[in-house]
Design a protein around this ligand. Structure first.
Ligand code: F6R
Length: 245
């Protein structure tokens, strides 16, 4: 897996935004896979700035990685709400091209299968842009997730519940849904290109395990090691445990 290290969070985010903008300009009908969380905020800000300077998403199609089970898109902590407020409302991506798993679907298993069918019907994902959890999770594929796992209902680990209730999103672990709908690792691996952005010291162990540890389900991000086109974009803190070749 390739990785690039940048001095600051801003520089790493800027580099990811530049790569996404390049791909959107080259292929306006791009199918983009997107994350939520703290990590992508700088990238979305920069893409909004580039949109104001002329970059258009009017033909792009997006699919998000995950959604909390039980939260509707109107809930301020739902990932639908996050995407609308932090990105979609500020660009010209048509509403009908914005795809997210529905956390209140009547039949969540069917919702997951239908989501994969929608991705296939669009021709697959050109680029999945991912964050990474402190325990190495990608999307909500927690340690133990299989390399060929599909989009499904998953249980969140205590570590993830605590990370997401540190005040950035939820204020109390009791408020965090225990389950989510998540695109599987098998589905992520089918993309032409994968970008993982990791920022800050809290991600340093996960980054080390993903890039220089074994290919193993204990670190879900390591299951991208044999993909032909994965790049990690890191700030210095996130790269601090990597040993140089
Ligand atoms: C969210 C997602 C998660 C996050 C990860 C890191 O859509 O897929 O895998 O990328 O939990 O979250 P932050 O960026 O908040 O540290």
């Amino acid at each position: 897996m390739r990785y690039e290290t940048f001095k600051t969070e801003q520089e790493a985010s800027q580099a990811v935004a530049t790569r996404i903008a390049e791909l959107v300009s080259a292929n306006p009908r791009i199918r983009l896979g997107l994350p939520t969380g703290s990590t992508p905020l700088g990238v979305y800000k920069e893409l909004i700035r580039q949109h104001q300077a002329g970059l258009s998403f009017s033909e792009a199609v997006t699919f998000n990685l995950d959604e909390y089970l039980g939260l509707s898109g109107a809930h301020p902590q739902s990932y639908r709400y996050f995407m609308e407020t932090n990105f979609f409302q500020h660009i010209d991506l048509p509403t009908w091209n914005r795809h997210l798993l529905d956390g209140v679907a009547r039949y969540p298993e069917l919702e997951c299968q239908a989501y994969e069918t929608k991705i296939q019907a669009q021709g697959g994902i050109n680029l999945w842009f991912l964050g990474i959890g402190g325990n190495g999770h990608i999307a909500f594929n927690e340690p133990g997730s299989e390399v060929n796992s599909r989009t499904r209902i998953v249980s969140l680990t205590t570590e993830t519940i605590e990370a997401n209730s540190d005040g950035r999103f939820f204020k109390d672990p009791a408020e965090v849904p225990r389950c989510a709908l998540s695109v599987g690792i098998g589905a992520i691996r089918e993309a032409d290109e994968i970008i993982v952005l990791a920022l800050g010291e809290k991600k340093a162990d996960a980054v080390f395990n993903a890039i220089q540890g074994p290919f193993d389900i204990s670190c879900p991000a390591s299951l991208l090691q044999d993909h032909a086109n994965v790049t990690f974009y890191l700030d210095e803190a996130a790269a601090s445990k990597l040993t140089r070749a």
